[in-house]
Design a protein. Structure first.
Ligand code: COA
Length: 184
């Protein structure tokens, strides 16, 4: 298994993008503006619109993908890295946390997913640990949002600190990662 970085205009990213939209398309508000470009076959248009619709000025978004090491390099799962988050919250506590961590230069990760046929075999943990290891080498602080509270202990086992109140209007939990992460 290898964790690789992809370009947003690559065929490999398109696979991940479609999985992300299937998994989170109805759940994550900032993915909504991307729906109309889902079936664009023009890679330059797709990339430009992807960045514009997410309000990203720089092309620093990195799709990380866990792939098999053999010739087909089958896509197993992945996570997206953003220099700045496209998130926004309704809950005042969450919004204050967001503003604070943005001002402190935290980087953002989102859309962790493993293809359903590969779940429960430790690949999700592998993606998190390797992506965190790669990002934390350069940027010292990372945050993300957990939408399923039953996953919070799993994130905590990988070094996440939960910043959101247990009860909040968004029913979303901001987690942060800092310091050195072990690469698996
Ligand atoms: C969450 C996800 C990435 C985990 O990937 P995975 O390869 O199955 O992860 P692992 O095998 O490394 O371990 C998963 C751990 O989370 C737990 N878990 C997975 N899905 C869960 C769920 N819906 N509720 C509670 N726990 C869950 C597993 O029981 C396991 O716990 P354990 O290590 O104590 O046994 C994968 O289930 C997935 O893609 N889910 C859909 C998208 C999603 O929810 N992403 C997270 C957004 S916050």
């Amino acid at each position: 298994m290898r964790l690789v970085e992809r370009s947003i205009r690559s065929r490999a990213f398109l696979l991940q993008y479609l999985q992300i939209m299937e998994e989170f398309g109805e759940e994550i508000p900032w993915l909504q503006p991307l729906k109309p470009i889902s079936f664009s076959t023009n890679p330059n248009y797709f990339r430009d619109q992807f960045l514009r619709r997410l309000g990203c000025e720089e092309e620093e978004i990195v799709p990380y993908q866990l792939v098999m090491s053999d010739v087909p390099r089958e896509f197993v799962g992945g996570i997206l890295y953003f220099p700045r988050s496209p998130e926004g919250f309704k809950d005042r506590n969450n919004q204050e946390i967001l503003e604070r961590i943005d001002s402190e230069g935290y980087r953002f990760i989102s859309c962790l997913q493993v293809r359903d046929v590969f779940r429960g075999q430790g690949y999700g943990a592998t993606i998190m640990q390797r992506a965190l290891g790669a990002i934390l080498e350069e940027h010292k602080k990372i945050w993300g949002v957990v939408s399923n509270p039953s996953l919070l202990p799993w994130y905590a086992s990988m070094g996440a600190k939960v910043l959101s109140p247990a009860e909040n209007k968004d029913e979303l939990w901001v987690v942060s990662f800092a310091g050195h992460q072990e690469s698996l």
